[in-house]
Design a binder for this molecule. Structure first.
Ligand code: UDP
Length: 353
């Protein structure tokens, strides 16, 4: 019997864990215990994913949220350690680049429990991003690095990982598995969805916590939305910041965050995606939609190299010009993220390592 502890706490991790948990359920000899750190805790950033995607109920809910990085990560480290001492798992499975990711890895490593990092090797090369710090430190102390892309593998090689005793696996991207399975279950959101529209999200601290950048992005979107409707499911943090500000958003269709199945419905029908989200950049590709990324760099460089995605920063005229004029690659028939068998690959390796 193999016991795996899965540590999740934020929206994209629920989506990734959903795909892996579905696969784990096929094996009698694997027990999965889910620990929800509480990083995202409200109904439409957390509960809805567990319900819609049939993720097993968390065995532990640590209820840690609303704190600064240090306090949040510190409390997670302490509480995850307690869980690991009680449960004595064979593996701790962590996803992506959040505070829950680094806390899970660190707690496990110090107890000599094996750590598997899903979505390893990604880099933005921007050390001001909390996510970049989490990624680099987590990779360094993980026992297996499941890399979604060739770029991720090359990043690790460039950092000297060939000389480090860590197993590096090109597994494909677990979000591709999720997109393939859950797209069959798409659900119409509880709003009017126009024939033609743009799907946008903004949540990254480098944009939301910088008034100049957030202002430029909102001005550009508000301008574009005069002609083409923009649906903007807004992260509660961004919503709060906008509410307190004087930014003009009157043309935008701002809605509460939605579940993944509603997202899939809109991804299937939108004209283009405009986002600063990591996951959504890839989903645009999975659903054969072009994407404008409102950041200065991305971890998903293969989308840029193949002209499915353009980096437009937080520059009003660059955003508007590229929306109006850029000729994107429309041939999506290229395998960048695997074929939706990432969960299978990961489980096989965890069983045999
Ligand atoms: N997403 C969602 N509902 C929303 C907005 C986004 O389900 O209202 C999904 C989106 O489709 C993607 C994931 O959340 O799968 C991305 O999460 P987020 O942008 O918070 O994080 P990032 O990918 O940037 O780490």
């Amino acid at each position: 019997m193999i016991k795996i502890i899965t540590i999740i706490g934020a929206r994209p991790q629920f989506i990734k864990a959903a795909a892996l948990s579905r696969e784990i359920a096929n094996y009698d000899n694997i027990e999965e215990i889910i620990v929800h750190t509480g990083q995202h805790f409200d109904a439409n950033m957390s509960d809805i994913f567990f319900e819609q995607m049939s993720i097993p109920k968390p065995h532990y809910n640590l209820d840690i949220h609303g704190l600064g990085h240090g306090a949040m990560t510190g409390q997670m480290l302490e509480k995850i350690e307690e869980v690991l001492i009680t449960e004595k798992p064979n593996w701790v499975l962590i996803y992506g680049d959040t505070n829950s990711t680094i806390a899970g890895a660190l707690a496990a490593k110090k107890l000599h429990i094996k750590v598997a990092h899903v979505e390893a090797g990604l880099r933005s090369f921007n050390m001001d991003m909390p996510e970049e710090v989490n990624r680099i430190l987590t990779d360094r102390i993980s026992d297996i690095l499941f890399c979604p892309t060739d770029t991720a593998i090359n990043n690790l090689k460039n950092e000297g990982y060939e000389n480090i005793d860590t197993k590096i696996v090109k597994s494909g991207d677990i979000m591709q598995d999720a997109a393939i399975f859950y797209s069959q279950l798409e659900q119409k959101p509880n709003i009017e969805v126009p024939q033609e529209f743009i799907l946008a999200t903004i949540h990254r601290a480098e944009n939301t916590d910088n008034p100049k950048r957030l202002g430029a992005i909102l001005e550009a979107l508000n301008e574009i939305a005069k002609k083409t409707p923009i649906i903007l499911p807004l992260h509660p943090r961004t919503a709060q910041i906008i509410q307190k500000s004087e930014y003009k958003t009157d043309n935008l269709r701002i809605i509460e965050p939605v579940g993944y199945l509603e997202m899939v419905y809109m991804l299937n029908r939108c004209e283009i995606v405009m986002t600063d989200s990591g996951g959504l950049q890839k989903e645009a590709f999975f659903f054969a939609k072009p994407c404008l990324t409102m950041r200065d760099e991305t971890e998903w460089v293969e989308l840029i190299d193949n002209n499915f995605n353009v980096l437009v920063g937080a520059d009003k005229s660059k955003i508007i010009d590229n929306y109006q004029k850029h000729q994107f690659n429309t041939n999506f028939d290229i395998n960048l993220y695997g074929k939706g068998t990432t969960a299978k690959t990961i489980i096989k390796i965890l069983q045999n390592y």
